[in-house]
Each structure stands twice: as C-alpha cells, then as structure tokens.
Design a protein around this ligand. Structure first.
Ligand SMILES: [Zn+2]
Length: 241
C-alpha cells in the first residue's frame, strides 16, 4: 500500500474528535495547510516578496514617516477584519517600501487570519484591460473574469496607482472595479508614487488616475504619506537648483 502523505488522517482529510459522548469529524490540520498554500498561490504576490513580514521591515529612522507607515500596517493587521470597511493608501516615492508593506500585510493576513487576498499592479491590470479596448476584437470574457475576481476578493492590494496614464476605457473599468468594491464594503489597500499635493512639476494622483477615482478613494482608504531619504534628497537637490 502507498504511504499516506498525512500520518494523522491517512489523507482522508478528516479526523475524529470526541465531543462529550459523541465522536465528530473535523477537518485535519493538513487541510488547513493546503488551504493556506492555495491562498498564497492565488494571492499573486511578486516572488521577491514571498514570505516578507513586518518584523523584517526596518524604517530608516524611528519617528519617521516610514515608521508611522509601518505602525499603520501593524494596526491594520491587528484590527482586520474589523477595520470598518476602511483601507490604507500609501503614497510615497520609489524605494520607500510601499510594495513591501502591502506584501507584508498580505502574507501576515494569510498566515494569521486565513484571509483571501489578491495583489495586483496597475501596469499589469491596465495591460489586461487594454486588450479589450479595440471594440472589433474585444474579448470580454477574460477581462470580465479578472475584474469579477478582483471585485469579489475579500482584500485587494492595488499597487502602483497611476503608474501609467489610463485611456478613458481603462479608467472606466478601473472606476467600475473600485466602485464595486466600495458599494460591497470590500476593503482595499492602495499604493502610489503620486501625492495629492502639487510638488514641483510632478503630477498629482488625481491628475494621473482622474478625479472620479481619486474621490472614491477618499471614501475607502486613509492616506499615509511616506517620505524616504531617497525622496527627500531628490527634492532638496531640485529645490537648490
Ligand atoms: Zn491530514
């Protein structure tokens, strides 16, 4: 006979436990492990952020905006799912750790709370959506399925908001997705390189993603600005010119 992978349930997936006088069947612990594995597989987390968690997230300084962002992430994980339908929007220049923060939250919620989580990057999503832009060869089924999945997943992590300029068609689709999540009280975490304030000549987040989407975000997520050294230096140099 072939040896069972799980010595506890002999791969039946069930164990019998005594409750008072009766024996009842409960899912074996190997089933939970499998469920977690598939949550991780389905989460679409970028490989370089597999297994990262907040313990390994080291802000450059205590009392910095990075440290405050880390605290907000810790609090979000601790409170979740009791966050009142409200997510976070990390806004900061490149290299301040926004994607890492999102992935830490995803990994920890999968491990600690079996949450169903999906990570998506703006460029990947808009590339998919653009494939439906040409009305003549439009294939709604793929895009439709993707949007359904992103609209329904318990927690969505939406990275790099505004990384490229959306066409009107793409902007409509993204608004539809975000608005669906808003109406269904689904929590979403966002990250973007763009700020709400006008800094030098950089475009604002609204200018990148449109006012309609930006104002919906105000209803869904608390903004947390992260100013890394990297970022500050870039601007100081510019200002001194
Ligand atoms: Zn088992």
């Amino acid at each position: 006979m072939k040896e069972a992978n799980c010595k506890i349930c002999q791969d039946s997936g069930w164990v019998l436990v005594k409750v008072g006088e009766r024996e009842i069947a409960r899912p074996c612990q190997c089933q939970q492990r499998d469920a977690q594995d598939s949550l991780i597989t389905n989460a679409n987390i970028p490989p370089r952020f597999y297994n990262v968690d907040l313990r390994g997230f080291k802000p450059e300084k205590e009392e910095s905006s990075q440290a405050r962002a880390k605290k907000a992430a810790e609090k979000f994980i601790a409170d979740y799912p009791g966050v009142g339908g409200y997510g976070l929007l990390f806004q900061g220049g490149t290299g301040v750790g926004k994607t890492r923060l999102l992935c830490c939250i995803a990994n920890q919620l999968i491990k600690e709370k079996n949450s169903d989580v999906v990570y998506i990057d703006w460029n990947d999503l808009t590339r998919e959506m653009r494939s439906g832009e040409d009305a003549a060869s439009r294939d709604f089924s793929n895009i439709g399925q993707l949007i359904q999945r992103l609209a329904r997943v318990e927690l969505l992590l939406f990275d790099e908001l505004g990384a490229s300029r959306p066409s009107p068609w793409v902007e409509d689709n993204i608004y539809f997705l975000i608005n669906r999540r808003y109406n269904n009280n689904r929590v979403t975490l966002f990250a973007s390189n763009y700020f709400d304030k006008k800094i030098d000549n950089q475009e604002t987040l609204s200018e990148r993603i449109g006012n309609r989407i930006r104002s919906r975000l105000y209803e869904m997520a608390r903004s947390i600005e992260i100013l890394g050294t990297d970022y500050r230096q870039r601007y100081l140099t510019k200002e001194n010119k």
